[in-house]
Design a binder for this molecule. Structure first.
Ligand code: CP
Ligand code: NVA
Length: 320
């Protein structure tokens, strides 16, 4: 396919797909996960190659994409800044032109979203955001699939999305890439995010890429954000790339720790999620993350199932 060809579908931010495409993806993820759990071979991507480019560290993203691609019959090339010409200032456009002539899909974890978009603009193949400073769409894809699994109907398709309508997700912590992506998901799928961040770390709707400000409400106190929430979620106080602010952030975020009191004012059957890695005693207590309302291990595993569905969709379109 030619660079910039309109038929190439990228996944650079959550709003790149429509609600009905999410309904389809969640359905496919359920089918693909069931097959995996039953040890049924499913290899629609034989002879296809995924290039993974990491400019930041990763455990879940690497393992879930790599294992997922092998399970679907394909193979993987793993590149980092340190062991490729990316670290020696080869222009991103040239890297995109070259890499995308040899592989079928590219996953990138980098700093600025603009860099990912520049790569995608010069790529002949679909590009997936594996986390940028601004967004982490694959994570929210997994989080919503996990919510549907635990609290949604046993059927797939549009009905699965119905269970999200009118629900409240409490975001406690930094107005970061995860928070921005939750806002995009709320706008796309019809739920509300109650956001509480320390002063100076607020979400910026323009940066978050949302037009409808009714998809979120801001609360000064994290306890207020958690009141009546169906899902409480948080993330590290200091994201990758912001390490120089660590000490300052440790002071600013001290009251933004999800604890039993916050879970206690949420819905009685509220779930707790965290994209991981977590710091017990900072953004969440051990009691909450290791407690009965936490679904963080399902959430982590589901990265693999939803990303398999995503790669299948980007490469093969709708199945059946
Ligand atoms: N949640 C997540 O993306 O984890 P990694 O940084 O380990 O990939
Ligand atoms: N907000 C975190 C997420 C890590 C998966 C970061 O960007 O470091």
């Amino acid at each position: 396919m030619k660079p910039g060809h309109s038929l190439i579908k990228h996944y650079l931010q959550f709003k790149d797909l429509r609600a009905e495409e999410y309904a389809y993806l969640f359905d496919r993820a359920r089918v693909i996960k069931t097959r995996f759990k039953n040890y049924e071979r499913y290899q629609p991507l034989v002879d296809r190659t995924l290039a993974m480019i990491f400019e930041k560290a990763s455990t879940r993203t690497r393992v879930s994409f790599e294992a997922g691609m092998y399970q679907m019959g394909g193979s993987v090339v793993h590149l980092t800044t340190g062991d490729s010409q990316l670290g020696r200032a080869e222009p991103i456009e040239d890297s995109a032109r070259v890499i995308s002539r040899m592989v079928d899909v590219v996953m990138i974890r980098t700093y600025e979203q603009a860099k990912l978009e520049l790569f995608a603009a010069h790529s002949r193949v679909p590009v997936i955001n594996g986390l940028t400073n601004e967004y982490h769409p694959c994570q929210i894809l997994a989080d919503i699939f996990t919510y549907i699994e635990h609290r949604g109907p046993r059927v797939g398709g549009g009905e699965a999305l119905e269970c999200l309508k009118g629900k409240v997700v409490a975001w406690v912590g930094d107005g970061n890439n995860m928070a921005n992506t939750w806002l995009q998901a709320a706008e796309a799928l019809g739920f509300t995010v109650h956001v509480s961040t320390p002063g100076g770390y607020e979400v910026d709707p323009e940066l978050a890429g949302i037009r409808d400000s009714s998809c979120y409400r801001v609360f000064n106190h994290p306890l207020e954000a958690c009141e009546g929430a169906h899902l409480v979620t948080t993330d590290v106080w200091t994201s990758m790339g912001y390490e120089a602010e660590n000490e300052e952030r440790r002071k600013a975020f001290v009251d933004w720790c999800v604890d039993d009191e916050m879970m206690g004012v949420a819905q009685p059957d509220a779930l707790f999620m965290h994209c991981l890695p977590a710091h017990r005693g900072e953004e969440v207590t051990a009691e909450v993350i290791d407690g009965p309302q936490s679904v963080v291990w399902d959430e982590a595993e589901n990265r693999m199932h939803v990303q398999k569905a995503l790669m299948e969709y980007l490469l093969l379109g709708r199945i059946g």
